[in-house]
Design a protein around this ligand. Sequence first.
Ligand SMILES: Cc1cc2nc3c(=O)[nH]c(=O)nc-3n(C[C@H](O)[C@H](O)[C@H](O)COP(=O)(O)O)c2cc1C
Length: 365
Amino acid sequence: MVQMAGMLYQSILRPLLFRMDPERSHELAVESGKLLNKYPLLQKITSLFLQFEDERLKQNIWGIEFSNPIGLAAGFDKNAQLLHAAGALGFGFIEIGSITAEANPGNKKPRMFRLYPDRSLINRMGLNNDGAETILKRIKNQHPAIPLGINIAKTNSPDKMGDEALRDYQFSYKAAREAADYITINISCPNTGKGKTFEDPSALAELLSALETRKEAGAVNPLVKLSVDLSESRMKKLVDICEDNGIRGYVVANTSSSRSDLSTSPSKLARIGSGGLSGKAIANRSTAMIRTLYQYLDGQKPIIGVGGIDSFEEALNKLTAGADLIQLYTGLVYEGPSLIKRINRGLVRYLEKEGLNSLRQLPRS
Ligand SMILES: Cc1cc2nc3c(=O)[nH]c(=O)nc-3n(C[C@H](O)[C@H](O)[C@H](O)COP(=O)(O)O)c2cc1C
């Protein structure tokens, strides 16, 4: 059944969706998801086809029960409109956002592009979202059955620099604490001023100190999301700062600004212009970064692996590199929602074949 759903998506729905502007197809997907979100009966029917449960996929991380390791990555449900739909589609958790202190329309359109031959996307959405207050009100009325991550970023406004940028993050962090099972601090954000981003070590130290993550850890679970473009030495520097500040895990990784090794023509890439590359094109680099981080931390902190997961094999690559949980965005666009069940079922078959009783027993390589 799930194979058929995958084939239907790829042979009928995807060609229709791919005829449209990428952001328009995304909006259509969100609108369908909102319908699913509204009607419990529809959720029940959907879950009959798409959910996959197995004891061996369950994990307790940060004291939170995850029924399976696959989450919806930040950026898909920026405004928390798919909280129930995500569970019905088979996700084990959802990360909404990035949310920012102020509502923002984001960058000028077009701002999302498909690189079909690379099974990848480029986006420069510009942190469009309804704003922390509105989104948190929405969540209060409907906390999902699955664990909820809230991803926070700085409002996309060049005027917000220095202390104002810190206050902006503080506002969203405080709001997110009310509802989140974990909070992801997205530091690959627009400038904090003077050309710096929060991936600058001193800016990150200031930010985590302003958020008092060290004091907070325990009450909330603050995570930091790193860009796939970080060099190994910069990543380690940032992780040292995170460790000093009580960060409880990492999301690896955010999109890339690199355009190397793509099959898409240079002229098309030039027409598209700037933006973050996601999907298959960043899969190997994200996996390598997870592996380095896992070894650096001696496996002592949970890692959420994300970047180019579009199959069971790629999911397994991330998990054996050191990820405890994984997330999908671009893979969903190319493979459709049946990908979630295909990965979960593949993992259970793999555990069976290897004689393992849980994901925790997967060998790390
Ligand atoms: C259109 C789009 C919008 C995104 N928006 C956000 C965002 O607001 N915050 C964030 O932390 N990551 C955002 N991401 C990054 C994803 O969460 C993920 O880290 C990245 O796409 C790599 O995963 P993938 O290859 O499975 O897409 C976005 C990605 C895409 C494609």
